[in-house]
Design a protein around this ligand. Structure first.
Ligand SMILES: C[S@@+](CC[C@H](N)C(=O)[O-])C[C@H]1O[C@@H](n2cnc3c(N)ncnc32)[C@H](O)[C@@H]1O
Length: 320
């Protein structure tokens, strides 16, 4: 069976505590292989899990894992993207949650499956869709169809790649003679496009462009921005949202969404803070927490994690 070592597992379990200690509804919005979910169900024996993943393969492995861990009857799994938390809750018969976890990015199941084209170290078709049942464009489709400026924009914005324009120009030139359908073709192109000096200091030359394509193929930021609001709106008073991000572009979005709910919305200069202006959430973490050295050594994926968590402290009059 595939393995995935959950990052900051014990810390997530602890932060999700709150209402879940007395039962309640726990949404794992990125169920993956159910590593975190299984730990949360074991720690809070009266809690019920609504598990969401956009990857059906992950959902079936997660189901087996949860059953093998003895959690039968304590979960409902939904094939969805995480901006559909309200639908997933309703499908399981609930209207709100007491704890929500989002562990962003890919699972080892996806990275290690060569056929899915996420990894630049092995040759595979350029697919990169997390949901293989959807009929949305693959990475190869984007490389074939987007114009040069759109490609440059994606590679620069989502990959933070300095040589985005040059790379986009080369992609457009190459596809005139030969379509880019395999990861090895793209890796070769990137290797030629990125100057030797930058290759020495900037990590693998394909890393940033592969990240950019993956984000674009899966519309990751568009969905994340919607999901952050859905998740915050779905929490009961005392309910907690815990998010693990793995690059600065994700973490920035999480930080902003949390900031907008944890500070007062009173206009500057108002002598008294009215009830409707009071923050509806409080922060549970100081800045972003990181994994300690021991965990980073045993689980390299944890090296880039940034964990943030908030708790709802009052109902939102405008929304609830
Ligand atoms: C890092 S893994 C989660 C691993 C999990 N915490 C565990 O312990 O096994 C992230 C999972 O989120 C899923 N995912 C990514 N983006 C998603 C989205 N927008 N909606 C739903 N699931 C998503 C991926 O398919 C993947 O299975």
């Amino acid at each position: 069976m595939p393995t995935h070592i959950p990052v900051l597992r014990e810390r997530c379990v602890e932060l999700l505590g709150g209402n879940l200690r007395d039962g309640g509804v726990y949404v794992d919005a990125t169920l993956g292989l159910a590593g975190h979910a299984s730990a949360v169900l074991s720690a809070y024996p009266q809690a019920f899990l609504v598990g969401i993943d956009r990857d059906t393969q992950a959902l079936s492995v997660a189901r087996e894992r949860l059953l093998a861990a003895g959690h039968e009857g304590r979960f409902h799994l939904v094939h969805a993207t995480y901006d559909e938390i309200p639908r997933a809750l309703a499908e399981a018969g609930f209207s709100a949650a007491d704890g929500i976890l989002m562990d962003l990015g890919l699972s080892s199941l996806q990275i290690d499956d060569d056929a899915r084209g996420f990894a630049y170290r092995v040759d595979a078709p350029l697919d990169m869709r997390m949901d293989q049942e959807s009929d949305t464009p693959t990475a190869a489709d984007l490389l074939a169809e987007l114009d040069e400026s759109e490609l440059a924009h994606i590679i620069s914005e989502y990959g933070e790649e300095r040589f985005a324009r040059k790379i986009a120009r080369r992609i457009v030139a190459q596809r005139e003679t030969q379509p880019l359908t395999r990861s090895s073709q793209l890796v070769e192109l990137l290797d030629r496009a990125i100057p030797a000096a930058s290759k020495r200091s900037g990590g693998h030359p394909a890393k940033r462009t592969f990240q950019a394509l993956r984000i674009a193929v899966n519309r990751e930021f568009e969905i994340l921005d919607r999901a952050l609001n859905c998740a915050l709106d779905s929490l009961e008073v005392g309910g907690r949202l815990v998010i693990e991000s793995y690059h600065s572009l994700e973490d920035r979005r999480v930080k902003q969404a949390f900031a907008s709910r944890t500070r007062s919305s009173a206009p500057a200069g108002l002598p008294l803070e009215l009830e409707e202006h009071k923050p509806t959430f409080r922060t549970l973490t100081r800045g972003a927490e990181q994994a300690d050295e021991t965990e980073q050594e045993t689980n390299p994926r944890s090296a880039s994690v940034r964990l943030r968590a908030v708790e709802r402290i009052r109902a939102d009059r405008r929304r609830n």
